[in-house]
Design a protein around this ligand. Structure first.
Ligand code: IMP
Ligand code: MG
Length: 176
C-alpha cells in the first residue's frame, strides 16, 4: 500500500474561511470575554489561527480527550487525557474542534463542560462530516462541510502523521 495525498482545500482557502469565521464569532459575543478550549491535538492549527483574528478579550485552555469505542450512553464515556488548567464557572466557553464525525467526542465533552457551570458554551468546528453523525450535537460555526473521505493536514493526522501540512488533503491508499 502506498499513501497518496491530493489537495482538497488550499492554504489560501483555509485562511479566508478562518478569518471570516473569526469575524462572525467576534460579532456574536458583543465585546464579552471568551475562553477558547482547543481539543488536542487536531485543532491546534485552527485555534492558533482563529484567535489571532478574534477582536475580543480572549483566554485559552486545552483539553485532550478520547472517547471509548463502545456505544453505551453513560456520561462516563469520555477519557480525559489532559484536563482544563483552571475553573470555567461563569465564563463564555468556545470549544474549538478540528472535525466532527460521529459526534461522540463532542457530545460527551459538552456534557462534561456543562457540569462545570460556565456562563455559555458554543462550538466551532473547522470541518463537519454530516453524513456520519450518530450523536446529536449543536454546532454554532462550521468552516467546511466535507464529504465522507479521510482528510489530513492543518492539524489532522493519519497515525500521527501529516498534521504539519499547511493545506487539507484527501488520503488515498493505492495498491502497490
Ligand atoms: P467523533 O467523535 O466520531 O466525532 O470523532 C471525531 C474525531 O475523529 C476527530 O476529532 C478526529 O480526531 C477524528 N477524525 C474523524 N474524521 C477524520 C478525518 O477525516 N481525518 C482525520 N481525523 C478524523
Ligand atoms: Mg479531534
Amino acid at each position: 500500500m502506498t499513501e497518496r495525498v491530493t489537495t482538497l482545500i488550499s492554504e489560501k482557502e483555509l485562511k479566508e474561511r478562518v478569518t471570516s469565521i473569526a469575524a462572525e464569532i467576534t460579532k456574536s459575543y458583543n465585546g464579552e470575554e471568551v475562553k477558547t478550549i482547543c481539543v488536542l491535538k487536531g485543532a491546534v492549527m485552527f485555534m492558533v489561527d482563529l484567535v489571532k483574528y478574534l477582536e475580543l478579550p480572549v483566554k485559552f485552555d486545552f483539553m485532550d480527550v478520547s472517547s471509548y469505542g463502545n456505544d453505551t450512553s453513560s456520561s462516563g464515556n469520555i477519557k480525559i487525557l489532559k484536563d482544563l488548567d483552571d475553573p470555567i464557572e461563569g465564563e463564555n466557553i468556545l470549544i474549538v474542534e478540528d472535525i466532527i464525525d460521529s459526534g461522540r467526542t463532542l457530545y460527551y465533552l459538552i456534557e462534561y463542560l456543562k457540569s462545570k457551570n460556565p456562563k455559555s458554551i458554543k462550538l466551532c468546528t473547522l470541518f463537519n462530516k454530516p453524513d456520519r453523525r450518530e450523536f446529536d450535537v449543536e454546532v454554532d460555526w462550521i468552516g467546511f462541510e466535507i464529504p465522507d473521505e479521510f482528510i489530513v493536514g492543518y492539524g489532522l493526522d493519519y497515525a500521527q502523521r501529516y498534521r504539519n501540512l499547511p493545506y487539507i488533503g484527501i488520503l488515498h491508499f493505492d495498491e502497490d
